[in-house]
Write a protein that binds this ligand. Structure first.
Ligand code: PEP
Ligand code: MG
Length: 748
């Protein structure tokens, strides 16, 4: 792959070369949207740089030593990796290629982004935006929330090269390393950098093609936020932007809220640097976009959503009366935690940016050195969060900031983490005191002194209407059961995580003849969940560990070495060989049944042939499982989907789509390969065919249907599809219960 690419022939599938953000920009340019011209420094350029400087083994060594629960250790490790990168040299061959493209990058007033060439520029080198573009970024279902660096108003060859190096280094900020570790993503990853002609914005902002705070009615709205100068002031939460709401169906403006925009960022005429200055008094309360412009921008945004067939989070800019789209990404976090407001007098008011209610002790964090103060369940109070604060944010029961709007860092990250967050209170760090207990009602942007309870029945948060299509939850840890009890049952209880928590690879219990321990862990764990949800059903999935998983657990090294573990000895095919596993699981479930917990069902994973279901059921009988216990299968292998009628005839009582594996096997795409993120489409026509066929066949035989793969937790159109097919239930992640319930409400 060359070190740089232009947008020609590139599009959304090119994330491996130019990252998610880059692929989006190329796609937009080629689709004719008004995008400033750009070129892309490819991931190969970074890889070559890393290779020439021998960086990868050194980075791996530092990461291996990080204690991820220790803020200092994480920060120290990240700092040393970044200085390693910044002190390395970019190979001359890469520098030459980049600088050549830069010198030739010019801006044609009338390109509108649809066709731009590299025409020899004038004497002055252009100002450019230098943006990182991560390869797992901006894909559907993976919010980047601006994890990597962006540099605006960069001009000059030296500055450009330095900014690109800084973007590369931002692959290893504490926050990003932490995220990758948490999400079990490889740290050996790459990054692309976008070099884009800088628009000298006199006005700019963001736009959502769905109201992220209100996905139910908000699905029909486009929300635009606007400020003077560069849009950084909105992203950084430094300004209270104008807020316009447009009806998506007919393009009508529904509301215009003009706020006081006290400051603006702009390019200094002399130094070219971004400067922050006060907005002149006579301009600060003036509406930024006029009505024609609002309507025109909304129409472009709607077209972008139509193009991507998914709600978008868009950054726009205007220069001398022309509108430009600077970037766009899929909206990945939508909330519908609508609760009744708490009663009483608030001590502080701000913008509810991530809904929910949190109670805890105030910990005021002035800078990163004070992060250690924040313990689990505290309320993090700070001027404005930044990426380094994520480790502490995750522990917090609530977040309150002085600055910020609905798209600032704190808002995006807390929405992703599911933590109640209020931004833009202006004075939280002055008004609140360290050690004070407060209640944060982030659904309504209010902070109360002390602990305030919600006055609904049983003190529980108000719930959305129950839906005909049941909304269940996926669980892995008994400890979190209580958090999910408003769901209509557990559609997938994974056993593996519960078992590995004790340090042993699950199979090691059998090898060491510690079956009694294994039975006890399952009985206790599943029992806790079954009690919490009783009488709603809890479907326990029989063990499904691939031979390469949990290698670091005790006994993990004794697992067979398979050339393709995804397709190897796991799921029911393995348990039918190591039948002691089934014996332990069935014994535990039988015990629970005898204790009166008759709501536990058994789900057979990764079956490819009906004979496996029949054998598993026979083992159930042999180990004394009562007939009343429900038995079903996960539909994860295409042969199971296609032969579902045989399973129905053999007596399955329910099915649940394991869409993660079913997509992997139907599309022929490794689900763990980050390079395939953008291609991995659970709603591919081939998948829809299988889903529809299985649901129709099961309905004919009176078999219940469900889905427990990731897709309904993340994609609204998938929920619409399944509701329309009449699926019995959707089983979703803990933090998606209310959101998905809202979607189902909308479609029923
Ligand atoms: C699936 O494959 O969709 C599933 C839920 O199982 P897992 O992700 O555990 O393989
Ligand atoms: Mg699976």
């Amino acid at each position: 792959m060359p070190f740089i690419l232009t947008s020609k022939n590139l599009g959304k599938t090119n994330t491996a070369e130019i990252g998610g953000k880059g692929a989006n920009i190329a796609e937009l340019i080629n689709a004719g949207f008004p995008v400033p011209p750009a070129f892309f420094v490819t991931t190969d350029a970074y890889n070559k740089f890393a290779e020439e400087n021998g960086l990868k083994p050194k980075i791996a060594e530092i990461i291996a030593k990080i204690d991820f629960d220790d803020v200092d250790s994480l920060k120290k490790g990240a700092d040393s990796i970044r200085s390693l990168i910044l002190n390395s040299t970019m190979p001359i061959s890469i520098q030459d290629t980049i600088l050549d493209a830069y010198r030739n990058l010019t801006y044609s007033e009338d390109t509108g982004g649809s066709s731009f060439d590299f025409i020899k520029g004038g004497k002055d080198l252009p100002f450019v935006a230098v943006r990182s573009s991560g390869i797992a970024e901006d894909a559907k279902g993976a919010s980047s929330a601006g994890q990597y660096e962006t540099f605006l108003n960069v001009r000059g060859e030296k500055n450009l090269i330095a900014s690109i190096m800084k973007c590369w280094a931002s692959l290893f900020t504490p926050r990003v390393i932490y995220y990758r570790n948490k999400n079990k993503q490889s740290q050996d990853t790459s990054i692309s950098v976008i070099i884009q002609r800088m628009i000298n914005s006199d006005r700019s902002g963001v736009a959502f093609t769905v109201d992220p705070m209100n996905p139910v009615e908000g699905a029909n709205h486009i929300v635009i936020e606007a400020c003077w100068g560069l849009g950084e002031t909105i992203v950084q939460g430094e300004v209270d932007p104008d807020h316009y709401v447009i009806n998506k169906r007919d393009g009508r403006i529904e509301s215009v809220k003009v706020n006081e925009k006290r400051i603006m960022r702009s390019r200094d005429l002399y130094s070219g640097l971004t400067v922050i200055k006060d907005v002149p008094k006579d301009k600060s309360r003036v509406q930024v976009l006029n009505e024609n412009e609002i309507v025109a921008l909304a129409a472009i945004c709607k077209k972008i959503e139509d193009h991507y067939k998914y709600p978008q989070d868009i950054e726009w800019a205007s220069e001398k009366g022309r509108l430009y789209i600077v970037q766009t990404r899929s909206v990945t976090t939508l909330e519908s935690k609508k609760t009744k407001a708490l009663t009483g007098t608030p001590i502080l008011i701000g913008l509810g940016a991530s809904p929910g209610i949190g109670v805890g002790t105030v910990k005021i964090v002035k800078d990163i050195s004070e992060l250690g103060k924040v313990g689990k369940g505290d309320i993090l109070v700070t001027k404005m969060t930044n990426p380094d604060m994520v480790v502490a944010m995750e522990k917090a029961a609530g977040i309150v900031t002085d600055q910020g709007g609905s798209t600032c860092h704190a808002a995006i990250v807390s929405r992703e983490l599911g933590i109640p967050c209020i931004v833009g209170t202006k004075s939280a760090t002055q008004l609140l005191k360290d050690g004070q207990v407060i209640t944060v009602d982030a659904s309504h942007g209010r902070v109360f002194a002390g602990e305030v309870k919600l006055e609904t029945e049983a003190g529980k948060p108000a719930e959305l209407r129950k839906t005909k299509t049941l909304v269940k939850v996926n669980l892995a840890f008994p400890e979190t059961a209580e958090k999910g009890v408003r769901a209509d049952g557990v559609g997938l209880m994974r056993l593996e995580h519960m078992l590995t928590k004790h340090g042993y690879h699950p199979i090691e219990y059998i090898r060491q003849k510690k079956e009694d321990e294994l039975i006890k862990i399952i009985t206790d764990g599943v029992g806790t969940v079954a009690k919490a949800f009783y009488p709603n059903p809890v479907w326990v999935r029989s063990l499904d560990v691939r031979t390469d998983e949990y290698a670091n657990m005790i006994g993990g090294d004794k697992e067979a070495k398979e050339s393709n573990p995804m397709l190897g000895m796991h799921g029911i095919r393995r348990s039918l060989v190591d039948t002691d596993i089934l014996k332990c699981e069935f014994t535990a479930i039988k015990r629970l049944y005898e204790q009166g917990l008759d709501n536990v069902g058994i789900m057979i994973p990764f079956t490819y042939d009906v004979s496996e279901f029949v054998k598993a059921k026979e083992f159930g009988k042999k180990f004394g499982l009562p007939d009343k216990i429900k038995f079903g299968v996960m539909v994860e292998v295409p042969s199971c989907a296609l032969a579902i009628e045989e399973y129905c005839k053999a007596g399955i009582q329910f099915i649940s789509f394991g869409s993660n594996d079913l997509t992997q096997l139907t599309l022929g795409m490794d689900r763990n390969n980050e390079k395939l993120n953008n291609l991995f489409d659970e709603m591919h026509p081939g998948m829809k065919f299988l889903f529809a066929y299985v649901i129709e066949t099961c309905k004919k035989h009176g078999v219940e249907t469900s889905i427990c793969g990731e897709v309904p937790s993340n994609r609204k159109e998938a929920v619409e599809f399944f509701v329309n097919l009449g699926i019995t239930s959707l089983s979703v992640n803990l933090d998606a219960i209310d959101k998905v319930r809202g979607w189902v409400n909308e479609f029923e």
